[in-house]
Design a protein around this ligand. Sequence first.
Ligand code: FUB
Length: 474
Amino acid sequence: MRIRHRAVKVGAALALVASAVVSPTASAANPIVTGYYTADPAPLVVGNTMYIYAGRDEAAVGNNNFVMREWRVLSSTDAATWTDHGARANVATFPWAGADAWASEVEPRNGKYYWYTSINGNGPGWMDIGVAVGDSPLGPFRDAKGGPLISDSTPNSSGLNIDPTVFTDDDGQAYLYWGGYWGARAAKLKPNMIELDGPVVTPQGLANFWEAPWMFKRNGLYYMMYAANDTNGCVTSSSYACQRYATATSPLGPWTHRGVVLDQVSSTTNHAGVVQFNGQWYIVYHNANAPGGGNFRRSVAVDLLHFNADGTMRKVVQTTAGPPPNPSGGTGTNLGPSATASTSYVSPWETLAAVNNGGTPANSGDRSNLAYGNWPERGTQWVEYTWPTAKSVNRVSTYWFDDDQGIDLPASCQVQYWNGSAYVDVPGQSTCGVAGNTFNTTTFTTVDTTRLRLNVTSKPDFSTGVLEWQVFQA
Ligand code: FUB
């Protein structure tokens, strides 16, 4: 088992939280911050902006204790370049606490932002869960309760009351999940977000739960991702942790374990959050990859997260490049991930989900982010996107699949749109490129449509395939 070291309590109030100083980090690569160390990231999307709330690791080299005194905020409008908003809460935000600004998460409600934190209270026991509140994603934040929301004296609390994750369901009911030392816990929250609404329950089915739960919902299915440290396919040594996940059809479970979504990282702890932003899913996590980094000098990274057609999560590819820019709304947004895809034919062993799952293939043979193919069909086949409301589009980019067997680059292609009664060629269409190992971009005069189609004509004796089809908002 990994040994935790309790940090020394700092009794004196810390300096006030840094004011609204904004310094761009201008990072488009992982780790996203290298000027200092960040840990336990929690993403939140508000409008066109993704925020990351993270703790700060201040341990000196060789100090094998967490030294964490503040929580910081970063933001991005494209999930690639980040702005640093500095520390927005710290230990002194909670007058009843004294140390250990561990993992946290922010949940919006009724125009306010509730920041749930792991914090070392001055009372009996060790870690507590506190809650601060602010009027904007950047605060200012103040203690919302005057004492812990969860402490060791809360009936049925966890062996280590850390790592809160709060989820609000479509019916407005909010839930708090938390826990460490293999003790996951859950409870309903009252609408005021600062009191429990009923007993603390122990979720069932979170196989090998260790700490760091993260709750979200996708297509009506509830997902609980969490750190585990077993050696049954999770980690090479139980000093480390991976992220497993489970799904359920109700927010309090019971849960069905689904597997590992994030392998162990370069730091012993593994703490992650998941969010959808501009149609693309992201995982935000930490590792020890920044220069001078280590288990107590961690750094936040962001990567793409993909789901299979059956709702299972694909294992994350940890990159140093980070995700490609995905600008918020407006001109240039890739509308593919928000479309429903259909096709004239897909081979049973390949998947249509490949075309709009947001990846950037390494080459035309790269199946790592799924592949769509129509073998053994020949001649003209099509892939189509449908949106519930009309989109203004003027550009597509296609990455062709070529398996060096029955699927080859196409002979030709053509973009069409639904004009309300029939498919017709998009006007002013530039050449529909058929090159391999690259995105082929076709521009055209803007059309407003709910349906766009890519007609693909094969070479004789071959079928065709697509790794990614991007459609851009005008
Ligand atoms: O950062 C302190 C603790 O380490 C967090 O609360 C855990 O999730 C682990 O990342």
